[in-house]
Design a binder for this molecule. Sequence first.
Ligand code: ZN
Ligand code: ZN
Length: 233
Amino acid sequence: MVSKCLYCGNELVEVMSWKGLFYRVPPFLCNECEKHLMIIDGKRCSGCSRSLEELSSDFIKGEQCLDCDRWESDYEWKGVLRQNESLYQYNDFLKEYLAQYKYRGDYVLAKPFAHTLKNYIEKSEIDIVIPIPLSDERLYERGFNQSTALLEEAEVRPSCLLTRFHSEKQSKKTRKERLQQEQVFQLGEVDVKGKSILLFDDIYTTGTTLRQAAKLLKEAGAAEVSSLTLARG
Ligand SMILES: [Zn+2]
Ligand SMILES: [Zn+2]
């Protein structure tokens, strides 16, 4: 069978191997592209999955990065998000890849992650998986929510319980400004009491967005909120 790499278009040659006999996931990316997808391994922050190996010791406190330490030292945010897990490093390749996926709407680019996401979510003991929503404005512009589409491709049923009523353009604000602004999410008429919830997003950058969503869910009675992102920025 010959098909093409979803990203670069090079021909894929399926190599028969012992592994292939038991574990047949069709390849979506050529070896060249695949090797740029870097799984975060080695020592990572217990709070946010950031690789601790590339951080200087000034930015590490115990098992955590300084950012997580700061979140957990703030009584308003302590424990709001139990933990973030990220699968891949947000390197130049993944940045470019996700840009193509998101902005050009190449849905099909979700496929190479489906298997890993499905496995991860099946293993975790979670009641509800909620993708971080886009604002209506952004959804209209883009035509789809990249996080919801990733989950659907992984055969995970997303529960779209949150709506977002503020612009995503937060980058010019300082951390303090972002935190002080009012809640950006709204929770639908659903009972999340006692539930264990997984938030899902494409990238973890500052962790602010995920924590704002987690806070709302905790205030509504969720037992525990953690998050999973494809990449750790
Ligand atoms: Zn390729
Ligand atoms: Zn961290």
